[in-house]
Design a protein around this ligand. Structure first.
Ligand code: ADP
Ligand code: ZN
Length: 296
């Protein structure tokens, strides 16, 4: 089986071709420009690499309700040219194959559930902490959509007692994204995250915010795995800080060995690393064919 995968990010696009066992034969990547510039690159890739279905995990917000006129659209993005863009229709005009379509973070959660850290489990939550914060939710063996799609990057958080940074979210100021995304770290400390040393106070504050959202996700969704990815999570010292803060927040209330005994295997980085989204798009393509991912 040859399945196409598209990880449509706000910064770069990745296209690939893989099979039902999660073997990616080929992939290419190019910067995200205007749609009139970027779509032809995607189309030309899949004209050269013919596939039976294509899965797309896209930056958003995106339209996921099949009964809505904006199904398959990228909706309210500030990215030039992409607001109210009918991405899925633009692809369908060129390729008469089944399409899978979801958010980039839901795709990442799906990829990790298929071939990554949540392989074999029925549920996981995937947080990406980068330029923005996004959350993907896989529950009961499927991705959660609902009214729109999960927007857990914008949950309210309690302010750290030593933090006077006002918050950078255009909508909410000091929500999780406003306080903990990469640009908030940079604005608070006047330095990019990757130059701050591992013992810098920035990381305890960062972990304090992320742990609140993780605690909320555990209580609300009871996921079997929590996966934390994105550029900011390239700081490995964050993982123990977040695990400790989550354990402290829960205070023994959730009685599961995964949390009380083995939290280092419960709150983890993506096993597929930066490729979780692309593999998730592959799994979305398979799903569009009515197939389920096979174990590697
Ligand atoms: P995007 O969210 O744009 O798709 P990333 O997930 O790479 O891309 O996130 C970019 C953000 O992560 C930037 O704000 C950047 O400063 C921050 N970042 C990238 N690498 C690191 C690192 N090693 N340590 C801390 N922060 C990082
Ligand atoms: Zn917000």
């Amino acid at each position: 089986m040859r399945i196409g995968a598209i990880e449509a990010g706000g910064t770069k696009f990745v296209c690939g071709v893989g099979n039902e066992s999660g073997l990616m034969e080929d992939s290419i990547s190019f910067p995200t420009g205007h749609p009139e510039e970027t779509l032809p690159q995607v189309i030309s890739y899949f004209e050269k690499n013919r596939v039976e279905a294509i899965g797309i995990g896209s930056f958003g917000p995106v339209g996921l309700r099949r009964d809505s006129p904006t199904y398959g659209f990228i909706t309210t993005t500030p990215k030039p040219g992409w607001a109210q863009y009918p991405f899925l229709d633009a692809m369908r005009r060129h390729f008469g194959v089944p399409f899978g379509w979801d958010t980039d973070v839901n795709a990442a959660a799906f990829g990790e559930a298929a071939w990554g850290a949540a392989e074999g489990l029925d549920s996981c939550v995937y947080f990406t902490i980068g330029t923005g914060i996004g959350v993907g939710v896989y529950a009961g063996g499927r991705l959660v959509h609902g009214l729109v799609h999960p927007e857990g990057g914008h949950v309210p958080v309690k302010r750290h007692p030593e933090d006077s940074y006002p918050g950078g979210c255009a909508y909410h100021g000091d929500c999780l994204e406003g306080m903990a995304a990469g640009p908030a770290i940079e604005a608070r400390w006047h330095a990019k995250g990757h130059v701050l040393p591992p013992d810098h106070p920035a990381w305890a504050i960062e972990a304090y915010y992320i742990a609140q959202a993780v605690t909320g996700a555990i209580l609300m969704l009871s996921p079997e795995k929590v996966i934390l990815g994105g550029g900011v999570m390239q700081q490995p010292q964050l993982f123990p800080l977040i695990r400790e803060a989550v354990a402290r927040n829960l205070n023994g209330y959730v009685q599961a060995d995964e949390i009380t005994e083995r939290i280092e295997d419960y709150i983890v980085p993506p096993r597929l690393g930066a490729k979780a989204g692309l593999y998730g798009a592959l799994a979305l393509g398979l799903e569009a064919l009515g197939e389920t991912p096979a174990r590697r």
